[in-house]
Design a protein around this ligand. Structure first.
Ligand code: FPP
Ligand code: MG
Length: 333
């Protein structure tokens, strides 16, 4: 395999001119890709599926380079969905062998990854893979945890619904063991229990192949994202397709940022009202509804205790996830 992942793309003068124009507008911070159309690409070009997937992997390296050019520091790719476990054994073994090769390749390039400050993050239940892949994915994540220039998120053994299920389960366990109260559960906490807890929301979600579906990908995170459905098979996706999508993002951005900006204060207000209702139901013997200052003080005190509980719970959850990762990295294969 060549070093396409770490080679810089050479732009023509015209490309550089267009880059400058696009960079004068607002750009997304986090772009998520659904890399669809790899098998169709294999058929059209009369190559094997493995060759096509391999080209698809090289494409990720090329995309990272473009994104660096546009200072897009968060890139996520849907590399294997939980639904993909339903594919034939033959196809799964091709994909697993590719994953094992490519992840091993990335580990062998760890110095270059550090040099570029790339953090490799994985969303999904990596324990569903054969142990050798689980181990390499865990090692890649742990080795690059402190890199902060750029974050590449590989979504593997992932679906949005499974991620949300997992978040709800973590909160339920928190309640069961007394770290949380049922009334601590809200949208903000659910968000923080997702695998993606430390990623910014998705600003632009792009699917190749012409299919117009989200396929259970980043549904929570892409709430205010500009959706792009591009009629090109993933290994054929290139610079000009990205430019077209970024220009369309810039068209949609003012409206999306308006939605986003009005949503935050709305959520904050709703959450405060919900917590205030709990606080007052617990202090109803004070009959303080006519005393504004006392009401506020009761609410503030309750919010403080809610914050302490949720912060403690989240810190334990992060610790447990880290331990699982360390355990996976130590698997004997
Ligand atoms: C969907 O195309 C894509 C996948 C199931 C996997 C994509 C993975 C890669 C491109 C590279 C592997 C990545 C890593 C991290 C090793 P498809 O198979 O559904 O193709 P189709 O839509 O033409 O049927
Ligand atoms: Mg497909």
């Amino acid at each position: 395999m060549g070093d396409q992942w770490f080679e810089r793309v050479q732009y023509s003068w015209f490309q550089r001119f267009v880059i400058n124009c696009v960079c004068s507008g607002k750009l997304p911070k986090h772009v998520a890709f659904i890399m669809d159309g790899n098998r169709r690409f294999a058929k059209v070009n009369d190559i094997t599926r493995s060759e096509s997937y391999s080209m698809g992997f090289e494409k990720i390296g090329e995309i990272l380079d473009y994104c660096e050019t546009f200072s897009i520091r968060y890139v996520s790719v849907y590399a294997f969905s939980i639904e993909n476990f339903k594919r034939s054994d033959e196809e799964k073994s091709e994909l697993f062998s590719l994953m094992s090769d490519k992840m091993g390749y990335l580990l062998s390039k760890i110095d270059k990854i550090h040099e570029k400050g790339i953090r490799i993050n994985v969303l999904g239940d990596i324990t569903l893979f054969p142990d050798n892949i689980t181990k390499t994915l865990a090692r890649l994540q742990l080795e690059t945890l402190n890199n902060s220039e750029f974050c590449l998120t590989l979504c593997l053994a992932y679906t949005s619904r499974d991620e949300i299920r997992n978040s709800v389960k973590c909160m339920a366990q928190g309640v069961a063991c007394g770290k949380l109260r049922v009334t601590d559960i809200n949208e903000t906490l659910l968000d923080k229990c997702l695998y993606s807890e430390d990623l910014p929301p998705v600003d632009m979600l792009l699917r190749t192949s012409g299919e117009v579906r989200l396929s259970d990908y980043m549904m929570w995170q892409a709430n205010f994202a500009a959706l792009q459905f591009v009629k090109v098979l993933w290994p054929d996706f290139g610079f000009w397709h990205l430019i077209g999508s970024l220009l369309d993002y810039q068209r949609q951005e003012p409206m999306l940022s308006q939605y986003r900006e009005t949503y935050s204060p709305f959520l904050e207000k709703m959450t405060r009202a919900e917590l205030a209702a709990v606080a007052h139901s617990e202090h109803c013997n004070l009959k303080s509804h006519d005393n504004c200052h006392l009401n506020e003080a009761i609410t503030d005190a309750y919010i403080q205790s809610h914050q302490m509980r949720t912060e403690g719970f989240l810190s334990d959850l992060r610790g447990e996830r880290r331990e699982l990762l360390e355990h996976c990295a130590e698997l004997t294969v």
